[in-house]
Write a protein that binds this ligand. Structure first.
Ligand SMILES: [Zn+2]
Length: 337
């Protein structure tokens, strides 16, 4: 019989009858014996009402108040006070930015107008929001210069590229990243000995300044290392940052983009979409970063060749470079424009 065949066992037939003495003692208890057993059981049963209830130090209503008080203290210490401190800190930073703008607004405006064509194309009201956000972003990060002297001009332009990408979003500070490294030119990493113009890791955002400048100087060629690295940074921030601090809707829209972009991404590997640089075929993260570069630098061609994907990015970033007003939904952006 094969090992997995079911077999119903036959009933066991005892060869020998049970001894009489066993039957008497276990199965056929005499009536008198049953009564004795029942009496003994009722004798040991306990009157529930006689058991004393739990003893509290305080009356129950007072215990309820104590629990309520402890919950209140917990909320105060872990939710209300940290949020209040955060709000006060944000207000203080906003005031600092306002003072800086009061003193040097025209200088910052000139830097961005000359070196960031997207800023130059914005309506005046949106330029002021862009400017405020740029200084606020800059203030939030520690800049480290490698083979370069400290330079506020560099800090403003690099912060501007982050703000350009997130202009339509309420949360724009990319709080996961505290540090931005600016390296004079291309560099190699010990990890793979490859040459880099920029990269993003848990330790910060790294950008080659020479290549950043070239990216904006030749705006329109679809290649922009500043926007490319900020696109990596924003997805790192969304997927690795503290979720409650982020726009949850943006998180799901970014996941949708990754899904909807996959057919185009696969087509890229067969060289079907010349509008996107071939670097986009490396992996889905590079695909996202290259899409962002093309979206800002070459929106007409992007929309003409890949209208669905273009629209997905418009909705994802809540801005459309082809429209003079740029922002799609001001409520989603967190300001009136
Ligand atoms: Zn990349």
């Amino acid at each position: 019989m094969p090992p997995d065949t079911s077999r119903i066992p036959e009933p066991i037939i005892l060869n020998q009858p049970l001894p009489d003495s066993f039957m008497e003692k276990t199965l056929l208890l005499p009536e008198q014996r049953v009564r004795e057993i029942m009496d003994s059981l009722s004798a040991v049963s306990v009157d529930d009402s006689a058991i004393p209830g739990p003893h509290y130090i305080l009356p129950q209503w007072a215990m309820f108040l104590v629990v309520l008080l402890l919950l209140g203290i917990f909320y105060l210490a872990h939710v209300y006070l940290p949020q209040k401190k955060e709000r006060e800190e944000a207000e203080r930073k906003d005031e600092e930015v306002a003072t800086k703008l009061m003193l040097n607004r025209s200088r910052y405006e000139r830097w961005l107008s000359v070196h960031n064509p997207y800023f130059a194309s914005l309506p005046p009201g949106l330029q002021q929001i862009f400017l405020h956000r740029t200084l606020r972003f800059m203030q939030d990060k520690e800049f480290r210069f490698h083979h370069l002297p400290y330079d506020e001009f560099i800090m403003v332009l690099i912060s501007g590229s982050a703000v350009q990408l997130t202009l339509g979003l309420k949360n724009y500070l990319m709080e996961f990243f505290k540090m931005i490294h600016v390296i004079k030119t291309e560099y190699t990493l010990k990890l793979d000995n490859e040459t880099y113009y920029g990269h993003v890791s848990k330790t910060g955002i790294y950008i080659s300044w020479d290549h950043f400048v070239k990216g904006y100087a030749d705006y329109g060629d679809g290649s922009n290392v500043g926007l490319h690295e900020m696109a990596h940074a924003v997805s790192f921030d969304i997927f690795l940052g503290e979720i409650d601090r982020h726009d949850i809707a943006f998180h799901s829209r970014l996941e949708e983009f990754m899904e909807e972009g996959r057919p185009v991404f696969r087509g890229l590997r067969k060289k079907e979409h010349p509008v996107l640089e071939q670097h986009a075929a490396v992996n889905i993260d590079e695909f996202w970063a290259v899409c962002v570069e093309t979206f800002f630098e070459n929106p007409e061609e992007f929309q003409r060749n890949l209208p669905d994907l273009y629209l997905t990015i418009v909705l994802l970033l809540n801005q459309d470079p082809l429209k003079p007003s740029k922002i799609v939904n001001s409520e989603l952006a967190g300001y009136e424009c």
